[in-house]
Design a protein around this ligand. Structure first.
Ligand SMILES: [Fe+2]
Ligand SMILES: [Fe+2]
Length: 259
């Protein structure tokens, strides 16, 4: 792993300095900086899904290009179901179980689809997954569905007692007590809270199963009809319809192409 050492040390020193008190000696301050550096290095860095698949070359040259031998083949005209089955596989359980909860709660089909697709951005890249996910599906679903997916990312951080949504326990473990999201997340929340589609997005967070049951396996079968009714699969297949997001779907098909 290569890191920019100077920047890393400066950052750790700045974080540690925020906790300095008036009576601290120079050596206590140095210890605090060292502790902070150890804490930062120990943090888990999640690589985007794209960085975790396929590393082998597959042709005469050294680099991977085209079909990745470590991944299932995709059909010529891939549908959403193909992406679930051949790219996201086991990683889909969180989505399937969240959608299942929505279905069992009697929510309408568009809402169930929103729950089914709410984290597909994570199957691409984790940072800003709500925004990436919304963008991926925008040309193919009702605007309200992609809007709700975009804003669930911000709403996750803010409780809403009116529907019984609390700040997720898990986040305290992930980010520490008293974590404050970035200002842009606060701004997105303020905007979404006053929007006419607020509840569609809020219901995603309510059905967002953080501690889903690893012993339950929900299959895609029960959602096939809902997808058929509310997701407009392009004739040419996802990735090949010339839409503004076609390249994103192609990136999931060939995640490690050299060029
Ligand atoms: Fe999410
Ligand atoms: Fe989720």
């Amino acid at each position: 792993m290569t890191i920019n050492r100077r920047r890393f040390m400066n950052n750790a020193a700045a974080i540690a300095a925020a906790g300095f008190t008036a009576g601290m000696t120079a050596s206590q301050k140095a210890d605090a900086i060292e502790d902070e550096m150890a804490r930062q290095l120990a943090k888990t860095r999640t690589l985007p899904w794209l960085c975790n698949v396929g590393e082998a070359g597959n042709g005469p040259g050294p680099f991977l290009q085209g079909t990745d031998p470590l991944l299932p083949n995709m059909p010529e005209k891939p549908t959403l179901l193909d992406f679930f089955e051949r790219r996201w596989g086991e990683n889909s359980q969180h989505l399937l179980q969240s959608a299942n909860l929505a279905l069992e709660s009697g929510l309408d089909e568009r809402q169930v689809l929103a729950c089914l697709l709410h984290d597909i951005g994570n199957r691409f890249i984790r940072t800003d997954h709500g925004y990436w996910g919304a963008q991926l599906i925008e040309p193919y679903v009702d605007e309200e569905i992609s809007w709700a997916i975009r804003y669930h990312q911000a709403l996750r951080f803010f409780p809403d007692e009116s529907v019984g949504y609390e700040y997720p326990e898990a986040y305290i473990g992930y980010f520490g007590e008293g974590y404050e999201p970035e200002p842009y997340i606060h701004a997105a929340y303020e905007y979404a809270r006053n929007h006419r589609w607020y509840m569609t997005s809020r219901l995603i967070t309510l059905n967002d199963l953080y501690s889903f049951d690893p012993n339950v396996e929900v299959t895609l079968d029960k959602f096939v009809d809902i997808i058929g009714r509310h997701f407009r699969t392009p004739e040419e297949g996802l990735g090949f319809d010339g839409s503004p997001v076609a390249h994103q779907w192609r990136t999931i098909i060939w995640p490690n192409n050299f060029l």
